[in-house]
Design a protein around this ligand. Structure first.
Ligand code: GLY
Length: 438
């Protein structure tokens, strides 16, 4: 019997629970989250609602429920040292300790690590501790710059010239704001290309990569509108993406391998958990945009439903350092995940309105996120509400399945219609062909 403690309460944690419960081990899950997720609640034998930063409360819950191991969904608890705290009470985690979680929680740490260990993937970059030199560096980059707040900002810390910042003066002002908050800021060259996520299971020495996934950050069709936590993602049956060359995936995997080794050399601590590289296929190389130390959301909903290998065994191997020699397999299926979100999301989302889900076709998985289950039905919580994942042999089939589930939802909501469609994929392929042929 294995009892697993899940930290978090989103759709990502819902799919983590579902995948753990598919294990051939007799498994139960218990959840500690900041709100009640109706899907997770149904799957959990115990569910504690509390602040993710209230380690005393979590410790009491863990002492009372005695899980065999824990897994953390969101980044903030990892950055705050939750795995360290649980370890001190005798509970290991399939998530990294604070020191190796710095790969995500400090943008400068990640850039410096790649540079120090000669790992490819870095853009031209500089870490600034005061504002002198920032303008000159942005000018040297030809005005094509990215400003990254060093610490975690819930996905809102990165601003890009041309997208969020019009002029170099705008960039300098934002960099100064970051300096006031964190005492340091990263300014770097803007990569041009197509982004993709490559997540790997890592036990500190062995790195096993999952199918590549592409996320869509913008709120509206055509990659327009404000940035969001991610409106949807897709992955293909061949575990690559239509605009990638096989060498792109190999290069990204190799970067994850080299970073795993470098992290141990640098910190003396093995990175155990999910290493999520946010990569970009550029004209003649693969660039590293940033690292996360956890499953992506929505990316987890693409890869976990098609994971064939026992997820409890993978988590245990991650913790015990025995991933080497383990055969990890995914079904050869295409997946399209789309989030249904409240009208007004992300800037002024409606909240507390009722929604109704109609009939969901076979081949679609449903994962709850920010929704409240009341006696008379489901109500919007004010953020991404429900993720639907279409799973099929072909990408457009998977997209159509997800779309049909989205269309069944009644209420003040919207979703992106273009994710995973032939038209949008073709645009991305044309963009890469143009970039790589010039
Ligand atoms: N999909 C982006 C993230 O999980 O951070």
């Amino acid at each position: 019997m294995k009892k697993v403690l899940i930290i978090g309460n989103g759709a990502r944690e819902h799919v983590i629970a579902e995948t753990l419960l598919r294990s051939s081990h007799q498994t139960s899950v218990i959840t500690y989250g900041s709100a009640t997720n109706p899907g997770l609640l149904q799957l959990s034998t115990a569910y504690e609602v509390g602040s993710l930063s209230d380690f005393d409360n979590l410790k009491d819950f863990a002492n009372h429920t005695k899980p065999d191991f824990a897994i953390m969904g969101p980044e903030a608890p990892i950055a705050a040292g939750m795995a360290d705290m649980l370890l001190a009470t005798g509970i290991k985690s399939a998530s990294p300790l604070k020191v190796s979680g710095a790969l995500e929680s400090s943008k400068s740490f990640a850039r410096d690590l790649l540079q120090k260990y000669n790992i490819p993937g870095n853009p031209a970059f500089k870490v600034f501790y005061k504002s002198e030199g920032i303008r000159e560096f942005m000018e040297k980059l030809g005005g094509n710059y990215v400003v990254k707040s060093d610490g975690l900002k819930g996905g809102k810390g990165v601003k890009v010239s041309g997208d969020h910042l019009e002029t170099i003066s705008d960039g300098v002002s934002y960099a100064e704001e970051c300096l006031r908050e964190d005492g340091k800021v990263v300014v770097e060259e803007k990569f041009i290309g197509q982004e993709f996520s490559l997540m790997s299971f890592v036990d500190g020495k062995t790195v096993v990569s999952m199918p590549a996934v592409q996320d869509h950050k913008r709120a509206y069709d055509g990659d327009k509108g404000p940035n969001t936590g991610g409106m949807g993602t897709y992955s293909c049956a061949d575990h690559s993406l239509p605009f990638l060359r096989p060498s792109d995936i190999q290069d990204a995997h190799d970067i994850n391998v080299q970073v795993t080794k470098a992290l141990y050399e640098e910190t003396g601590v093995y990175f155990t958990g999910i290493m999520y590289g946010g990569f970009i296929a550029c004209k003649d190389k693969v660039g590293l945009i940033e690292y996360n130390a956890r499953f992506g959301d929505p990316e987890a909903m693409n890869v976990l439903p098609i994971l064939k290998t026992d997820f409890v065994d993978i988590c245990l191997a991650t913790i015990e350092g025995s991933l080497d020699g383990m055969q990890i397999e995914f079904e050869k299926k295409a997946t399209v995940c789309k989030y249904i979100v409240p009208e007004g999301y992300p800037d002024s989302p409606v909240k507390g309105e009722k929604i109704e889900i109609g009939s969901i076709p076979d081949g679609v998985k449903t994962y709850y996120a920010s929704v409240d289950q009341r006696e008379d039905g489901l109500y919007l919580g004010g953020s991404r509400a429900i993720a639907f994942v279409g799973i099929a042999d072909e990408l457009d089939e998977a997209a159509a399945l997800a779309t049909s589930a989205m269309d069944s939802v009644r209420g003040p909501v919207f979703y992106r219609k273009d994710i995973g469609t032939k038209e949008l994929i073709q645009k991305k392929m044309d963009m890469m062909t143009g970039l790589r042929s010039c």
